[in-house]
Ligand binder design. Structure first.
Ligand code: KIV
Length: 255
């Protein structure tokens, strides 16, 4: 059954919402066969697949290209695409065009935007214009160069500021919010105080669902974050398969 923003939103308080990233038709097919609820074409594309150190170099053209590959699989999961670095801070009509490209040209069902209180007025205009938006608060990887690295968010007094971000996004009409790298107590409080699902990543278990980078789940990343438990070791399986292929080809040359 095709998931919609309505069904994802309605899942709050019910079964946990299962979300993964995918970046191409192969990973989209895997996610579809595993019957996940939401596929994110994250701008983690940059560091997971394209070999960049951060998400900052990812452009809208790259996002459109990869989202379109995922959309061709026609996933039953809700297909969400990231607005990449800096574009959420464009003027409104430029931002609206970026969202429209991801939806019309690439086939996304919705977009995700990193940011809180400061971006809420623009997000409210997007949702009023018919663009379904997923929020992203706590650790925002697009800020990594400004932050000087990754760290935990929402400890002590910072928790109130992140709750304000969540409330502003809820008021702006987002259908769900990703909460990344937040202290567990902060995530738990936000989950209880907002009416839309809080999807956690590295924010503890007390969320309405979880999202992980698919390559971390499959054991395909070299240095996965400590919270991302691998559920397989496909690096080992792939290297074994390639080595067996190598041996079989070389054996053919032997008389
Ligand atoms: O870019 C991404 O993949 C993300 C998630 C992991 C939440 O934003």
């Amino acid at each position: 059954m095709k998931r919609t923003t309505k069904s994802i939103r309605a899942a709050k308080g019910g079964q946990q919402i299962v979300c993964v990233t995918a970046y191409d038709a192969v990973t989209a097919r895997l996610a579809t066969q595993a019957d996940v609820d939401l596929i994110l074409v994250g701008d983690s594309l940059g560091n997971v697949v394209l070999g960049f150190d951060t998400t900052v170099p990812v452009t809208l053209d790259m996002m459109v290209h990869h989202t379109a590959a995922v959309a061709r699989v026609r996933p039953e999961a809700l297909l969400v695409a990231d607005i990449p670095f800096a574009l959420a801070h464009d003027d409104f009509s430029a931002l609206l065009k970026s969202c429209a490209r991801l939806m019309q040209e690439a086939g996304a069902d919705a977009v995700k935007i990193e940011g809180g209180v400061a971006l809420a007025p623009k997000i409210a205009r997007l949702t009023a214009a018919g663009i379904p938006v997923m929020g992203h608060i706590g650790l925002q990887p697009q800020q990594v160069l400004q932050l000087g690295g990754y760290r935990k968010f929402g400890k002590n007094s910072e928790a109130q500021r992140i709750l304000d971000d969540a409330r502003a996004l809820e008021d702006a009409g987002v259908f769900a919010i990703v909460g990344e790298g937040m202290a567990r107590e902060c995530a738990s409080e936000i989950r209880a105080k907002i009416s839309v699902p809080l999807i956690g990543i590295g924010s503890g278990d007390d969320c309405d669902g979880q999202i992980l980078v698919m390559h971390d789940i499959l054991g395909l990343t070299e240095n996965p974050p400590s919270f991302a438990k691998p559920f397989a070791n496909l690096t080992r399986a792939a290297v074994d398969a390639l080595s067996a292929y190598r041996d079989s080809v070389r054996a053919r040359g032997k008389k």
